[in-house]
Design a protein around this ligand. Structure first.
Ligand SMILES: NC(=O)C1=CN([C@@H]2O[C@H](COP(=O)(O)OP(=O)(O)OC[C@H]3O[C@@H](n4cnc5c(N)ncnc54)[C@H](O)[C@@H]3O)[C@@H](O)[C@H]2O)C=CC1
Ligand SMILES: O=C(O)[C@@H]1CCC=N1
Length: 269
């Protein structure tokens, strides 16, 4: 498969990193910054270009991986060069009606990936309009399955929903990890020890949650002895509204995705 990424930043690098381990992929990246082009080429062996190719072919895939705010201009440059190539957009917020208007093509799949794609543990949501063919759906799905698990969404609003869970979710988890590392350092562990202890604890807890038939809340209460140490920690989390804040943050995240859609799916100047 010939795949060209437009934008070679954090998310594109994460997907490329997983994808280039698969045989038979011809991957190119169009990236404005020379230093990023050099490192993408050196790290992943991909072809890195400073400008868009003159034309694509109908059997190629173009992945839009620039910031949502840059997308309209990129689509307008791409439109005369597409020649029927399949477009996969990973941009948050920007909706299919705007993308198809800017690209002059309805052959588009929207994908909401996440950065653990870099280690083959990505979670991606996909959505396409009803008139996008089965072969194009399978192509987009196979790209994302090369770097993790995929889930088709029934409505375009599902992309906003999944952004607030798995798209942005790694940042929530890293925030929790950062906080636990800071706590461990305050107890007296070195940064290195704290990192190993916290990451080991996360890995163990996730694996236990995955393998256990018990609800996650029961796994939590199983750690909390009556009158013990964990109970004291969780009581503080509850008193400080940690759970409520995480839920509210996820809802704010979803609202921002809708808001970006309202702002960016209009035609700019
Ligand atoms: N970072 C994440 O965890 C996720 C990001 N996304 C989406 O992925 C897209 C990219 O996000 P990031 O990778 O985080 O941003 P980024 O800023 O790291 O990467 C964007 C890249 O596009 C390049 N660029 C800008 N204009 C260009 C142009 N005209 N031609 C070629 N390259 C151009 C920039 O130099 C930059 O390297 C966004 O639309 C975002 O909504 C989606 C899911 C998760
Ligand atoms: O923060 C953002 O807007 C992007 C979309 C999902 C994760 N990062």
């Amino acid at each position: 498969m010939r795949i060209t990424f437009i934008g070679g930043g954090n998310m594109a690098s994460a997907i490329i990193s997983g994808l280039c381990k698969q045989p038979g992929q011809q991957i190119s990246v169009v990236e404005l910054h020379e230093d990023k082009r050099a490192s993408l080429q050196a790290e992943f062996g991909v072809t890195a270009l400073a400008t868009l190719p003159a034309r694509f072919a109908a059997d190629e895939v173009v992945v839009l991986a620039v910031k949502p705010q840059a997308l309209q201009a990129v689509c307008q440059q791409l439109a005369p060069r597409l020649h029927g190539a399949l477009v996969v957009s990973i941009a948050a917020g920007v909706r299919l009606d705007a993308l198809s208007r800017w690209l002059g093509s309805p052959r588009i799949v929207r994908v909401m990936p996440n950065t653990p794609a870099m280690v083959g543990k990505g979670v991606s949501g996909l959505y396409a309009a009803a008139d996008v063919g089965e072969a194009d759906r399978r192509t987009a799905e196979s790209i994302m399955q090369a770097v993790g698990i995929t889930s088709w969404l029934e409505t375009e609003g599902g992309i906003d929903d999944i952004t607030s869970v798995s798209g942005s979710g790694p940042a929530y988890v890293f925030y929790f990890i950062e906080s636990m590392i800071e706590g461990a350092c305050q107890v007296g562990f070195s940064e290195q020890e704290a990192r190993a202890l916290v990451l080991g604890t996360f890995e163990g807890a996730v694996e236990l949650a995955r393998q256990s038939p018990l609800p996650v809340a029961t796994l939590r209460t199983n750690v909390m002895s009556k009158g013990g140490t964990t109970e004291r920690a969780i009581a503080r989390f509850e008193a400080e509204g940690v759970k409520a804040a995480i839920i509210a943050g996820a809802l704010d995240c979803r609202a921002r995705s809708v808001e970006l859609g309202d702002l960016l799916s209009k035609d700019g100047e």
